[in-house]
Write a protein that binds this ligand. Sequence first.
Ligand code: PLP
Length: 303
Amino acid sequence: MPNYAYYNQKFMPLNDAKMSVMTNFMHYGTGVFEGVRGSWNKEKQQVYIFRLKEHYERLLNGCKALKIDLPYSINDLIQLTVELVQKSGLKESQYIRPLAYKSTEAIGVRLHNLKSDFLMFNLPWTRYLETDKCKVAVSSWRRPGNNFAIPQAKLTGQYVNSAFAKTEAIENGYDEAVVLNDSGRVAEGSGENIFLIIDGKLVTPSPSESILIGITRNSVMEIARKEMGLEVIERPIERYELYTCDEAFFTGTAANVAPIAEVDHRLVGKGEIGPITQKLCELYTDITHGKNPKYMQWCTPVF
Ligand SMILES: Cc1ncc(COP(=O)(O)O)c(C=O)c1O
């Protein structure tokens, strides 16, 4: 299997990257991670990695919050990621998982006086949401706000909240959860941002609504404005608007642009993929695959 890892400052086959059971971050969630997309472009025989710089900016901000001091600059991390994919020789669409973590082999809840390290690996791409028309439910779980967590950072420990929401949704027969924030307003999916289309405008929760400020979210906002001339509004969103909007979709590195067809047993629009969602989906797919010359600055070629 051509999956590769960068671990202990060395490249190695993924199966050789093993960690001690006493590693601090495993016990206390003291890690910060990213999910990065590599897309295979068959015509160009090329893998394009999407918005690598922005992923590492977010990772390094999370590291600051966790008091993780990595000896790598953003350019070093970009270079290591390209090298990882080259070494693996994986010429297909893929998911890359960088992780910075508290590496000291010691029990004890704290952030100080602990060593840190960085690893990453790549895997062939698999579909994240199993359907093209998601049926979702508002979760009984809430997304922790700034009094309890750092919603803007991908801290490993915070993802138990996402796991609660995801499993509740799946076990209740839905494809994904919509998680409200502490104020009862719409925040996001368990691992995706959310957009609604209301009166021809794209509406998405503002950054202050306890969301992860997604890189796909940012990309879709820019594409919608520039390529479709759509007005994009970041504002608080009420649960009621989920039931009455014309179209809705999730965005995320793993989920791409994923249409939502039903919320709490109410059809979104006619329960079909709406025209704006469809167009955004096509534009985003082309751009991530390095097929749109206007957006090549978002794509890092590997081979
Ligand atoms: C909680 C959460 N929200 C939103 C997203 C979407 O972010 P991005 O588009 O940067 O992948 C993710 C995935 O990383 C996530 O885990």
